[in-house]
Design a protein around this ligand. Structure first.
Ligand SMILES: Cc1cc2nc3c(=O)[nH]c(=O)nc-3n(C[C@H](O)[C@H](O)[C@H](O)COP(=O)(O)OP(=O)(O)OC[C@H]3O[C@@H](n4cnc5c(N)ncnc54)[C@H](O)[C@@H]3O)c2cc1C
Length: 388
């Protein structure tokens, strides 16, 4: 028998799950398909080396979705200040939440705990196919249809591609994508630290990449080091004590002695521009629609803003009953393009500016950091843009 839905979401990552949660109480018939069974509740003493800097705007969205309040409070760490250093360590740019009239600049949350909170919320809202896979999607005039691996056929007014950077939905819909590899890995690991972090997120724009140490509960920090592939593979393979020594030295001992508490893992980094976020009966969200360098910690925040906007367009569609109507979906695309292009431009430009050896550029970028640091109004503008 053919099942019918209003919205069929392909991909149960953070963004797809948040869209399900955002569409609660809309009366829309929702379904979600995800090939991987979600991980069990993370054990209390364990730490996930994959963490996200979640903007206050995204946190407010997740709270409206009913997911944020499911996170254990003691595992949500407020970022109260940021210190960004150039390759000349005297060049420093500092942002403080207090100076900008905010309570915090961001929250640091572990991936596993956020996934778990969103799964709990999504399960209450949608028909979930998981673990399950699909073989084909077709977009017709009045509905789209998805064929599951077991042969079952599902019809929906709208299919949402939330299946990540290598989106199969996007490929099958024939949406053009321009990938460009950074030839870098994002190496992540958690450490306990000797000196207190005081809610400060540290970032070093080094010639070999960008090193970030983000505050975690207690005297712990989470590292994201974006670095050339070969060097990244070497770092990830180091013994715990050697890795701690490398990070201690690269961070100029800012947090004193470090001890590894979660082993290193590495993720490939790329920039991906997708020409259209919508087609008739199709909308793309999250990494399926855009991929950015993690140096600004904004990838999933962009995705949450996609989910927030798409949910707002679908909820406010008035007399237009058809969720897959392209004129309606284009409203979503128009609303999201500028934010996404600006973030892709900024992160790409920063990555290129710092990831090269041209001497005059090295002086200019360090001077640039100092100049921005002396401009309170410009700093306030940057902060208010980042917390959206
Ligand atoms: C090292 C690193 C650090 C980062 N740090 C930050 C940060 O601090 N802040 C931030 O905002 N962002 C950060 N990001 C970016 C962030 O990780 C991504 O933007 C985010 O995970 C994208 O979420 P998503 O749900 O769109 O995609 P994914 O997380 O890729 O989820 C896609 C889901 O779709 C499923 N799927 C795949 N194929 C199919 C299919 N064919 N059918 C059905 N389902 C499918 C997958 O199993 C998965 O569950 C970082 C990225 C990296 C690499």
């Amino acid at each position: 028998m053919r099942s019918e839905f209003d919205v069929f979401i392909v991909g149960g990552g953070l963004v797809g799950l948040s869209l399900v949660a955002a569409l609660r109480d809309t009366g829309l018939k929702l379904a979600l398909i995800e090939p991987h069974t979600p991980d069990a509740v993370p054990a209390e003493g364990s730490w996930d080396s994959r963490v996200y800097a979640i903007s206050p705007g995204s946190a407010a969205f997740l709270e409206r979705c009913g997911a944020w309040q499911r996170l254990p409070r003691e595992r949500v760490t407020r970022v109260e200040a940021m210190k960004i250093y150039g390759d000349d360590t005297h060049a420093c740019l500092e942002f403080g939440a207090y100076d900008a009239g905010l309570r915090e600049l961001a929250f640091i949350v572990e991936n596993g705990r956020l996934q778990h909170a969103l799964w709990q919320t999504a399960r209450e809202q949608a028909r979930i196919y998981c673990p399950a896979n699909w073989t084909a999607v077709e977009f017709g005039a009045n509905s789209a249809s998805l064929t599951l691996e077991d042969g079952a056929e599902i019809a929906a007014r709208l299919v949402v591609g939330a299946d990540g950077a290598d989106s199969r939905v996007r490929a099958q819909a024939g949406v053009a994508v321009t990938p460009s590899e950074y030839r870098q890995l994002g190496v992540v690991a958690n450490f306990s630290c000797e000196k207190p972090h005081r809610g400060v997120a540290f970032q070093w724009f080094r010639r070999d990449g960008v090193l970030a140490l983000l505050p975690l509960a207690g005297s712990r920090v989470s590292m994201v080091w974006s670095i050339a592939q070969e060097r990244g593979r070497q770092l990830a393979a180091l013994a715990a004590s050697e890795l701690a020594a490398e990070v201690e030295s690269a961070s100029h001992g800012a947090l004193g002695a470090l001890d590894v508490i979660t082993p290193a893992a590495a993720f490939p980094l790329r920039l991906q521009r997708v020409k259209n976020f919508t087609r008739p009966r199709l909308a793309l969200v999250g990494d399926a629609a855009h991929n950015v360098h993690p140096l600004a910690g904004q990838g999933v925040n962009l995705g949450f803003r996609d989910a927030r906007e798409l949910a707002a367009v679908l909820t406010g569609r008035g007399l237009q009953h058809d969720c897959g109507d392209h004129a309606l979906l284009r409203r979503y695309e128009r609303a999201r393009k500028e934010d996404v292009l600006a973030m892709q431009f900024t992160t790409h430009a920063l990555q290129k500016l710092f990831n090269n050896d041209v001497v005059w550029l090295a002086s200019a970028r360090n001077l640039g950091l100092r100049l921005v640091n002396w401009q309170p109004q410009l700093k306030s503008f940057l902060v208010h843009h980042a917390v959206a």
